[in-house]
Write a protein that binds this ligand. Structure first.
Ligand code: 4NP
Length: 156
């Protein structure tokens, strides 16, 4: 079983989409996908209604998800921790205990060479169109991640 954690700031806009989208592209009996936020304001709540809506428009239901905060124990529970932006990267890596923890943290846009080092923009303060834009960006990234997981399956 491979374990992937998607992380953003609030765990209500970007990482719930990343969780839902990646789950739709992998065999969930072989790949466990979860998400969390570095901030705790929305813990226990549903994803943002605009993320719910955009996911629904693409036949993905993210209303079964509950917001939670990233915890230091996640370093032991997950193989890869994908962060949406540089600020998430700094927050998560500041909690790393050792090199092994650090090596698990990856900027999600690094999965596509031409966008390496870039952020998945936070759509929280913008309009609805930002959510579709972010959906498309994450969808493309999850295609790459799902293919990579499939290619690596032989060596798990
Ligand atoms: P997310 O967006 O990190 O993509 O979930 C945000 C959601 C909420 C807040 C910030 C970012 N907030 O400050 O409440």
């Amino acid at each position: 079983m491979k374990r992937i954690l998607m992380v953003c700031l609030g765990n209500i806009c970007r990482s719930p989409l990343a969780e839902g989208i990646l789950k739709s592209k992998v065999n969930t009996e072989e790949v466990f996908v979860d998400s969390a936020g570095t901030g705790g304001w929305h813990v226990g709540g549903l994803p943002d209604k605009r993320s719910i809506e955009v996911a629904k428009n693409h036949d993905i239901d993210i209303t079964i998800q509950k917001c939670r905060k990233f915890d230091i124990s996640d370093f032991d529970k997950f193989d890869i921790i994908y962060v949406m932006d540089r600020s998430n990267y700094d927050s998560v890596t500041s909690m790393a205990y050792d090199k092994e923890d650090l090596a698990k943290v990856k900027m999600i846009r690094d999965e596509i060479l031409s966008t390496s080092g870039s952020d998945v923009p936070d759509p929280y303060y913008g309009g609805e169109s930002g959510f579709e834009f972010v959906y498309q960006m994450i969808d493309e990234l999850c295609d790459v991640i799902a293919k990579k997981l499939d290619d690596e399956r032989q060596i798990w």
